[in-house]
Design a protein around this ligand. Structure first.
Ligand code: ADP
Length: 241
C-alpha cells in the first residue's frame, strides 16, 4: 500500500510539474515566434535560411499547441466567482465553431438558463474546452456532440447540484483506456496527444468541489458527466451573519 501511495504521489508531482512548465513557457514562446517572424521578413535573408526558419516556426507551433491544451489557454486573474453556466458554455462553443464545421459535426446544446456554479471562470472554460476537443477528436465526420446542463439533486449529499455533461457519438473506448484516462501522460493519440487534458480537467473540477466520471462504449460513444454543488440556493448555515 505504501508503495502504491508513493508511486501515485510521484505521478501527481510529475503531472504538476508538466502543468507548471506548460504555463511558464507561453511567454518566451511568443517572444521566439515574434523573433522568427522578424528574421523571416528581414531583407537579404536567403531562401535556405528562410526555409529553416519556416521549420522552426512549425515546430514552435507544436509546442504552443501542447501548452494551450494543458494550462496556458485561459488565465484567471481573479479568484473564484459565481459563473453563469450558459455563458461559459457559449464562450467555449464559439471558439470551436470552425473545428466542428470542418468535421460536419452536429452540436446540440441543452443548457438550463439560470444555472450558476462557483469556481475559476478560466479553469471552467478550460475544462469544457478539453472535453469538447476530446469529443471532436473522437468523432467521425457527421457525428453528434452534445453539452447538457441541468439542476439535479446530488444523491450522495442530498443537496442541490448542477450536472454538466459532454457527450459524443464517437469511437468510444475500451475498458483499459477508460481505466487510465485521467492518468497524466496517458494518450492514445500518438502524434498530437499530450495525455494531460483529462488529468488537468479532473484537477480543476475537484478544485471547484465537483466530481467527474465517464461512461463509454466502443463504437457507440462517450459521456463525461460532472456534478458541481449548486450555488443557487445556499443552505442557511453557510450564509454570513
Ligand atoms: P489527449 O487528448 O492529449 O490524448 P487526454 O488526457 O485529454 O489527453 O485524453 C486521454 C485519452 O483518453 C485520449 O488519448 C483518448 O484515448 C481518451 N479519450 C478522452 N476523451 C475521449 C472521448 N470523448 N472519446 C474517446 N476517447 C477519449
Amino acid at each position: 500500500a505504501e508503495e502504491a501511495l508513493r508511486s501515485s504521489e510521484k505521478l501527481a508531482a510529475t503531472g504538476r510539474l508538466a502543468a507548471t512548465i506548460a504555463h511558464e513557457i507561453n511567454n518566451p514562446l511568443e517572444a521566439v515566434t515574434n523573433f522568427i517572424y522578424l528574421a523571416k521578413t528581414t531583407d537579404g535573408v536567403s531562401d535556405q535560411v528562410r526555409s529553416y526558419l519556416e521549420i522552426a516556426d512549425q515546430e514552435l507551433g507544436r509546442v504552443s499547441h501542447i501548452a494551450r491544451q494543458t494550462l496556458g489557454f485561459y488565465r484567471d486573474s481573479s479568484g473564484p466567482i459565481l459563473m453563469s453556466v450558459p455563458d461559459i458554455v457559449q464562450d467555449v462553443v464559439n471558439l470551436y465553431q470552425r473545428k466542428l464545421l470542418y468535421k460536419s459535426l452536429e452540436l446540440k446544446l441543452d443548457v438550463q438558463s439560470d444555472l450558476t456554479i462557483r469556481g475559476l471562470a478560466g479553469e471552467m472554460r478550460q475544462v469544457l474546452a478539453n472535453l469538447l476537443v476530446n469529443a471532436i477528436d473522437a468523432s467521425n465526420d457527421g457525428g453528434r456532440i452534445w453539452i447538457r446542463a441541468r439542476r439535479v439533486v446530488d444523491l450522495k449529499t442530498g443537496g442541490k447540484a448542477v450536472r454538466l455533461t459532454v457527450g459524443d457519438s464517437g469511437i468510444g473506448m475500451n475498458e483499459e483506456v477508460r481505466k487510465k484516462l485521467f492518468t497524466p501522460f496517458f494518450t492514445t493519440k500518438s502524434d498530437v496527444g499530450t495525455g494531460l487534458g483529462l488529468w488537468v480537467t479532473r484537477g480543476m473540477v475537484e478544485k471547484a468541489k465537483g466530481r467527474i466520471r465517464v461512461r463509454s462504449r466502443q463504437g457507440i460513444g462517450t459521456v463525461f458527466s460532472m456534478l458541481f454543488p449548486s450555488t443557487k440556493y445556499p443552505p442557511p448555515s453557510v450564509q454570513p451573519a
